[in-house]
Design a protein around this ligand. Sequence first.
Ligand code: SF4
Ligand code: MSK
Length: 643
Amino acid sequence: MSNIEQKSIDPATQEALKKAQEENIKTTWDRLETQQPQCGFGQLGVCCTVCAMGPCRIDPFGEGAQCGVCGANADTIAARNLARKIAVGGSAHSDHGRDVAHTLSLIAGSSAHEKGAPHHHNYEIVNEEKLKVLAQEFGIDINKTKEEIAKELSKKLLAEFGKQEGELEFVKRAPKKRRELWKKLGITPRGIDREVVELLHTTTMGVDNDYKNLMLAGLRCALSDGWGGSMIATDVQDIILGSPEPIRGKVNLGVIKENYVNIVVHGHEPMLSEMAVKAAQDPELVKLAKKMGAEGINLAGICCTANEILMRHGIAVAGNFLQQELAIVTGAVEVMMVDVQCIMPALQEVAACYHTKLITTNPKARFPGVNHIAFSPENAYESTKEIVKVAVENFANRKKEKVNIPQYEMDLVAGFTKEAVFQILGGKYRATYKPLNEAIISGRLRGLAGVVGCNNPKQTHDYFHTTLVKELIKNDVLVLQTGCSAIACAKQGLLLPEAAKQFAGKGLQEICEAVGIPPVLHLGSCVDNSRILTAASHIIAEGGLGEDLSDIPAAGCAPEWMSEKAITIGFYFVASGVYTIFGASPFATLGSKNLTDYLTGEIEQVTGGRFEFCDDPFKMAKLIIAHIDKKREALKLKPVMYA
Ligand code: SF4
Ligand code: MSK
């Protein structure tokens, strides 16, 4: 295996990496190499920088120091470090949710927390039906105008962040048994911001030293993301931007078009990318692009914001997390506009080697020396139009000799929300989860797996996602995907209905053929993991598969994770009773045996879910299948039809 083949299994990535090497451009893989050997204490989670008596570190071999200056041992230090990551990951998703709720309040004609703010904005309520459904969930009378409903709803949604007691409204979506368990454990999330703050408080010097108690607070905080902030982001985005429906699209670096002005959107918040879709179609700008010698304006996405505009508009996806620098390396990107999360600081250095202009848009995420065009719901269209104009004008600066776009692109079908997918399964006029439940009960379908998360240069890019998913569908496990994992599998054609015939087991094949769906369903971005939680609750409500989320023959996995957000997602999955596997990483070898044993063992008696750390995709698949079979047995279901 060549050096490049070890880095990625994706031919487009390999080709772009070769180009980067030839042009002496440093990418994340090179920087990983220069970081070697990475700090062992950090990798094990036993380095503490919480107070100025430190930094302290625990000797994992038991020979040197076994506690920090304050006396904190490996269990406390590793648990605190992990808890802090949960808080950070949750705060990222939830702050995203807050911004979306705030936009809804602007649409409603009044800002819920900024009295006197200007009322003009560039968005509208696209999905009135969902607005009403959500309003009813929050106990709002819907016999009024949609603006009035939105005003009341946005107030209530924003209040979820500052709530001090009680429980988050969306907790009610969970099955009764799960809610009772959370209550008994004292981990029902009370307020989104409160859980983050309280968790951070418990991790400061001299507060919580009980690793199990720290993990309980971590679970509660994670729940406030999954059943709070992320769920708000997902549902309100559906209201403002429309609920995704199955849609065709294209993926991989080949979607960058040589004769077009190419604009790549990267980040997470679809409010920006949605407006970019509109601005890129502006007749005045298209005319200008043609005048500059281009055939038109081509928009493509990276990471989760790509998933958002793919799901709603079929806009092409240029790649996942590890391809962000490589999109620029094609030499054909005029502008990369970014908002928040998963944006590598190195992008500016790579962009400087080409004519590409990097543009930041969010006040929370600035890069030194990088052009910043502030984006807000109030100036959304004007600011994105300005960015598109910069791109069009930059087309003239493109250096033809530097352009080489790997000619790889793949078709895919995305847009399977909790509503859409099961509407399809149940038939358009019979939206029900019954056929899905029956497929599992009858054994035609073995079970479900959520395969999600990022890429990590420590692992061969896309190999873990795609190998695992192929193994799962081969064994009649229907795979639900979000984030960069979905993009990885899409590049290999797994998100096409035709993939069922080639890759799926007989039972899954029968289902896919009957309803015309792919064996791997793309549910959206990282915040859309909340769609998996809601879908799972519907499965329980439908009946026949137990009384609690932990009864469902299902599992979760983040095979190539890197982000703190993935940790938070893992924790809300486990808190919701899901068996969750994480791929190889520092997290997989925590320097506290007690904490590792707790997370991979005892916690199952607490929440019904647990973690597994594994660095082999074939083994991951075996573990998931064994878990699903165990759950099938517990439910006394028929044997799998085509085992
Ligand atoms: Fe060291 Fe304790 Fe301070 Fe951490 S909190 S840096 S272990 S003294
Ligand atoms: S973008 S969080 S690399 S999935 Fe959501 Fe991808 Fe992970 Fe970022």
